[in-house]
Design a binder for this molecule. Structure first.
Ligand SMILES: [Ca+2]
Ligand SMILES: [Ca+2]
Length: 407
């Protein structure tokens, strides 16, 4: 289903990428939580690993069984730990529903601007089901003078698709993939007047058109965030569901206020898997090369050997051997301390369709490896293409070493 916003201000993907690009470097070098991120819950801090007995500090327990919410060491989006939620159809009710959720306080400040970043891993057991389930939601306040009704915003899975329910509009985001992490960033200005904003990104790409206008129905508080599994259908007498259990993993939650930005809460920005890990490369090839400098010399671990190919658009291809989660490259250029090189990094799943992941210029001040994280965060890829455009001295692409970052 397609939603046409009455007051939509659509942001093109290109404009968004440009807007995001400016803040990429500062976020990459940040070691502590940046200003504006008021809570990180990535389960790496021992004091946060309180489940299933009690909720992490500052959060509220909304699970009833010991299997409801636990920490695990695999799979993880970042670091060494993630949360695992399990909801069985036979579980008792809590807060009038079948749910295994962790909740913020229900008293969020009125007119709050918030950034929410998190990553969800649906395992292969997350089979298609005729009834939907909510995996993250923003619930209106519970006080007596709050407007009643459904949560103004929810992320759900339904019939094999990711969907957003925003004030009763269902926005179909297309099929979900199981067995991998999907990164989400939500930016909301919680307003009951026309000054509200909703923006959503999935895996570094805009997931829906930007929306401006009222984001909730008002009241003395802004909506509060809950995450985990909520499957209301299991509490109906005429349940449509054909499943009896749901298990999912959740990691890299960051909550930011109006001082934060996209990269501050982006799961890809804080993930250790994008800091130091380089992926094995099965083989290298190129569109062109001179016989004494073949493409294999760009992946031999030796900065004194190189691939050299002549001409505008000369390209080096790196094959990872299988689809991996990739998040950037490290490239060292021959004579890299004497001249810069303009180049573009593309990725591909099939070696047929390539999409741009990064574009820019090397520093011109080092012969060592220079790291460039992908502009819009991690992506699945098997093939990485590095295309040379120009340097100030000649028309030769000469890369001494190239590596791919990922997990
Ligand atoms: Ca973690
Ligand atoms: Ca080399």
């Amino acid at each position: 289903m397609t939603v046409i916003w009455k007051r939509a201000a659509a942001l093109t993907a290109a404009a968004l990428a440009m807007a995001l690009g400016g803040s990429t470097l500062s976020a990459q070098s940040a070691s502590a939580d940046p200003a504006g991120v008021f809570r990180t819950l990535n389960w790496e801090n021992a004091a946060d690993r309180t489940i299933p007995g009690t909720p992490p500090p500052g959060f509220i327990k909304q699970w009833v069984s010991s299997h409801g919410a636990t920490t695990v060491t695999s799979p993880v989006r970042d670091g060494s730990y993630a949360a695992r939620f399990q909801l069985n159809k036979s579980d008792p009710l809590i807060s009038n529903g079948k749910r295994a959720e962790i909740s913020q306080s229900n008293k969020q400040p009125v007119n709050a601007e918030r950034w929410y970043g998190f990553s969800i891993n649906l395992p292969s057991s997350w089979v298609h089901d005729p009834s939907a389930e909510i995996v993250s939601q923003w619930h209106q306040c519970d006080e007596s003078n709050c407007p009643k009704g459904s949560p103004p915003l929810a992320l759900l899975t339904d019939e094999g698709h990711w969907k957003i329910d925003f004030r009763g509009n269902i926005i179909d985001l297309g099929p979900y993939a199981t067995g991998r992490w999907t990164d989400w960033v939500f930016h909301v200005k919680w307003r009951a007047d026309d000054k509200g904003v909703l923006e959503v990104w999935r895996d570094g790409q805009p997931a829906m058109p930007s929306y401006t206008g009222a984001t909730h129905a008002g009241g003395p508080y802004s909506p509060y965030f809950k995450f985990g599994i909520y499957k209301w259908d299991w509490n109906k007498e005429q349940s449509q569901s054909t499943t009896t259990q749901r298990v999912m993993f959740y990691d890299a939650l960051r909550l930011g206020d109006e001082r934060a930005g996209y990269q501050d809460v982006n799961p890809a920005g804080g993930g250790t898997d994008c800091g130091t890990a380089t992926l094995p490369i099965a083989s290298a090839s190129a569109t062109t090369f001179e016989p004494i400098n073949p493409p294999a010399q760009a992946i031999d671990g030796n900065l004194s050997t190189r691939w050299s190919g002549q001409g505008f658009g000369a390209s080096l291809f790196l094959d990872l051997g299988s689809v991996r989660r990739t998040c950037g490259t490290r490239v060292a250029w021959h004579l890299g301390d004497q001249r810069w090189n303009d180049y573009t990094v593309y990725t591909s799943l099939d070696n047929v369709t390539y999409t741009k992941a990064w574009e820019g210029r090397s520093s011109g001040t080092t012969t060592g490896l220079e790291q460039k994280l992908f502009t819009n965060g991690p992506r699945d890829a098997r093939y990485v293409k590095i295309s040379f455009w120009q340097n100030p001295q000649n028309d030769w692409a000469s890369i001494t070493e190239a590596a791919v970052l990922g997990s």
